[in-house]
Write a protein of this length. Structure first.
Length: 71
């Protein structure tokens, strides 16, 4: 066709492969996100544990770090 509607089988195959790649990437991001949240929670707990004996300075450090990371 002259108006560009017929792209052929090669274009459909490329589109199908692109859809599979996009789905795999979305699945990877979806799988990594909870792992990042768990690691962030662990780091938060470590920061609290290490600054526990620092009284007010430790509290302010944890507060500042928590506020800057949780936007």
């Amino acid at each position: 066709m002259t108006n560009g509607e017929d792209h052929g089988e090669g274009s459909r195959l490329a589109l199908a492969l692109l859809a599979v790649a996009a789905g795999a990437l979305a699945g990877l991001v979806g799988a990594i996100f909870p792992l990042c949240l768990e690691q962030s929670d662990r780091l938060h707990d470590v920061l609290i544990a290490r600054t526990h004996g620092w009284e007010a300075v430790g509290f302010l450090l944890v507060l500042a770090a928590s506020c800057s990371l949780r936007k």
